[in-house]
Design a protein around this ligand. Sequence first.
Ligand code: NAD
Ligand code: IPM
Ligand code: MN
Length: 335
Amino acid sequence: MNVVLLPGDGIGPEVIAEAGKVLAAVVPEVEISEHPLGSEAIARTGEALPASTLTACQGADGVLLGAVGSGDYSWSTSNPEDGMFALRRVLDVYANLRPFRAPGIDLLIVRELVGGLYFGVRGTRPDGTVFDTCEYHPDQVDRVLRRGFELARSRRGRLTSVDKANVLATSRMWRQRALALAAEYPEVELDHLLVDTAAMRLVQAPESFDVIVTENTFGDILSDIAAALAGGLGVAASASLADSGPGLFEPVHGTAPDIAGRGVANPTAAIRSVAMLLEHGLGRPAEAARLDAALDRVAATVQTPDQGGTATTAEFGDAIVAALATDPSEELADA
Ligand code: NAD
Ligand code: IPM
Ligand code: MN
């Protein structure tokens, strides 16, 4: 088994250091290598996604990414975020799974990750008008909707498809495809929400959701709302999956320039992403459950500042490694 770490920028390297430590503790036999992506890669090679990084990712069983971006959007050509988009696109990790849990809340956002506004044609007209376009092919929509139906079927059987069908042509096609596919998943109860209503319902009644499936931009925004309801960005993890080849596992949060370099970032999101890597990337669901349980236990007593505590990033990571070593469920699992 081999896993590629892409620490990235800002707090990326700080949280990935802890995630790497935990991964090595859970599966000591895994081969781990680190590669540059983002600002560091631009500084070293002139490219946000160097060819050597891409080759390493393509040959891996899973890729664990910190975050990229400097928070400076004055660029005109190469920028750190572009490296991540290229990686998502080349690995074709179209299904971005973002689970959110808190008392009363257990929802999963399935965000389409390689289409829509993020990858549409952009440009400037002679008169100075600037445009971004949103495009979806029905096949791109079907494959992510199917993931949504399948995941809903394995959970509580409720799928909410979120769109803006009262305005957008892509959304009307999206809704039609959802309706057409629903016939193949009779055990799943499908409903549709417009994205503005979905945002309100998420804040007012998050417990009413099971699985949400939506396009790229809507999923980006709704997942930060969901994160705010379920412990904040410091704890929100994600798995981006293709039909074949390695998945990309990363926190929902970014490089947090406001706290970078101080050793206080919460590594929970990155470590939960390791659990998702164990489950979806390495085929080790038992170890994933063990790590999730360790995270739950440690969170009760060791907290970084975003959770109201005083623990450092490294202290939290060390506490997870220690908790894994004294795992109360280990004897049960071994029996
Ligand atoms: P952000 O997610 O980096 O930060 C938002 C807020 O949440 C900040 O106050 C930050 O301190 C806090 N926060 C985030 N992660 C935290 C953690 N682990 N522990 C404690 N607090 C945490 O969003 P932003 O400031 O809007 O974006 C900064 C840069 O990150 C931008 O360049 C953006 O493009 C990039 N970004 C990258 C990714 C990614 O690589 N996957 C994701 C989101 C944003
Ligand atoms: C995320 C991030 C990225 C996105 C940014 C950094 C481009 O916000 O992964 O949610 O919008 O996809
Ligand atoms: Mn986002």
